[in-house]
Design a protein around this ligand. Structure first.
Ligand SMILES: C=CC1=C(C)c2cc3[nH]c(cc4nc(cc5[nH]c(cc1n2)c(C)c5CCC(=O)O)C(CCC(=O)O)=C4C)c(C)c3C=C
Ligand SMILES: [Fe+2]
Ligand SMILES: [Fe+2]
Length: 340
């Protein structure tokens, strides 16, 4: 039937509706590994009051006068060491995850991806899904462990966009999946296979999670407990009696006390204690990024070997390989129940 045959007035806006969308979201990354791009990215990221919980009036002068005048150059150097032809690893892998999920879910669902800071922006991608006719959208922050600085700020940003929309989609959010058997099983499969492929037998496996200021734990953020639970369940699922498995927290920032033990100090302490062969995995990161490829795989190696260790390996994150994608597909299908 044509537009006129349906008795739709000629000036009626063209609308698309009835579809379901999924928006995968990760943290964000600069557009390029140069100081100016890193400065733009850090200015947005570190101005988020969910990330740095210091009153704006006190924090902004420190951010503008100190952090953004020194850190971008140093961080850009680190980014250059991990940058790929496809761009920032975090963005490239998230794009791959979205493409793979789209293929697995088929035409019934539109899949897009966004970054909380930088591009593609959450608001633009939500609008893109609406323009494609998605009236029902699953917002999926790719953080297994809930943290106000990551999960909550994604929902805040989506809400900022919805606040400005006349026609809002119905929105669901992917809950944290830190103890979900699907996630633990994917990690056990993936980490287990990577351990089996090593050309040495490690004595210690460090499970390194991104750190947070310790006070967020006392303020009621479940992040610390979620990380600990993931680590306990993963250790049980791996069932490796030949390995000592420890949990640590990386990427300390600023002067406040952060969650402990710290990954960098533990790497050095292990070597000083006589550990010769060590492996580190980062189960809280859905995709490899600066924090895993540079901080763990490059700096971590230097720290451990420099303190007397002999063999070191940093394992890859789940990324877009089969165990991780099987998990993501199953989680998303479950959250879309009743919609598809
Ligand atoms: C106060 C500062 C920071 C908090 C709190 C924080 C929490 C946090 N971050 C991630 C995941 C990632 N962080 C990444 C980079 C990164 N993180 C901070 C600071 C805080 N993070 C900075 C300044 C940077 C940028 C790099 C640098 O200058 O050192 C990344 C990687 C991004 C990339 O482009 O590859 C991820 C991923 C989590 C999960 C988290 C809280 C749980
Ligand atoms: Fe971070
Ligand atoms: Fe805890």
């Amino acid at each position: 039937m044509t537009w006129q045959e349906q008795n739709v007035p000629r000036d009626h806006p063209r609308v698309r509706s009835g579809r379901v969308g999924v928006l995968l979201v990760n943290l964000g990354t600069p557009d390029a590994p140069d100081a100016a791009s890193v400065k733009r990215y850090l200015a947005e990221f570190l101005s988020d009051p969910r990330v740095v919980e210091i009153p704006r009036l006190a924090w902004q002068p420190i951010l503008r006068g100190l952090v953004l005048t020194t850190r971008p150059k140093k961080s850009a150097h680190a980014y250059r060491q991990v940058w790929t032809e496809a761009g920032s690893p975090l963005a490239a892998i998230t794009a791959e995850q979205a493409a793979s999920l789209q293929e697995r879910l088929g035409d019934a669902v539109r899949v897009r991806w966004a970054m909380r800071y930088g591009r593609p922006a959450i608001g633009d991608e939500l609008q893109g899904l609406m323009d494609e006719g998605c009236e029902r959208i699953l917002l999926a922050p790719l953080y297994p462990q809930y943290c106000a600085a990551t999960t909550a700020t994604v929902v805040d940003k989506a809400a900022d966009k919805l606040r400005k929309m006349r026609w809002q989609p119905a929105l669901r959010t992917l809950p944290p999946y830190h103890d979900d058997p699907l996630y633990i099983d994917a990690l056990a499969r993936d980490v287990g296979a990577q351990l089996d492929a090593l050309d040495f037998a490690p004595e210690v496996l460090l499970l390194s999670f991104h750190g947070m200021p310790e006070r967020t734990l006392h303020l009621g953020d479940p992040y610390h407990c979620h990380c600990r639970k993931t680590a306990r369940l993963l250790e049980e699922a791996l069932g490796r009696t030949d390995l000592r498995i420890n949990t640590t927290f990386q990427s300390r920032f600023g002067r406040a006390k952060w969650l402990e033990p710290a990954t960098d100090r533990t790497l050095i302490a292990e070597a000083h204690k006589g550990t010769k062969r060590l492996v580190v995995a980062a189960p809280g990161f859905s995709a490899d990024c600066l924090e895993t490829l540079e901080e763990l795989a490059i700096q971590g190696r230097d720290q451990f070997l420099g303190a007397g260790g002999e063999r070191f390996a940093a394992l890859a994150c789940l990324n877009a390989r089969e165990p991780g994608m099987d998990m993501l597909e199953a989680l998303v299908r479950r959250e879309l129940a009743g919609w598809i």
